[in-house]
Design a protein around this ligand. Sequence first.
Ligand code: ZN
Length: 224
Amino acid sequence: MRRQRSPGNTTAWSCAPGSLRGYERDGAVADPIRRLTQLLAKLPGIGEKTATRLAFFLMRAPESYAQELGQAIMETRRSMRLCSQCCGLTTEATCSLCADERRDRGTICVVAHPQELLAIEKAGTYRGLYHVLHGVLAPLDGIGPEDLKIAELLRRLQASAVQEVILALAPTVEGEATALYLAKLVKGTGIRVTRLASGVPIGGELEYTDPATLSRALEARREL
Ligand code: ZN
């Protein structure tokens, strides 16, 4: 038995495919789609093709989904703020990591972005505190020390009994420059500065590892 389509449940997209062409021809109607596609294409890792696919998916999806997605984006943005201590993202004045008395207060791991903090936490071995810079030094893009949470880090180091600062910055040109800059500043306070070892990834093949990574791995070799 064929189910009858109820007009109330149909969207502009559930009618015949031919109607899509007409939709695109109509500039006034197509503009919102173009705008949505352009906005989606600004998301990291999303090219124009994927943005178009996502835009059309959102048009076909139930209205409640689009509403919930929009609301979740706005609510997350409104409720998130920077932790008063580590500058990580939180909904409280102090994040749960900084508030956790069991964490080792003598060590601060410096990361560029909040998502890197999450990645290290996920690894589950680090028990110290963090500091999020919110970027790396990039003079060509006009990002200098005053654009990062460096002053906040130095204030923290002066006010607490930190013994070690771990620089967990990516081994890129900007990451290296930021690490060197911070190392100089922190060493002036007498606190030990270390950085993450670079090496061969677990499960990786030696013959395909780039020479720079291999020489770093050799430098950072350890006793078995
Ligand atoms: Zn915090």
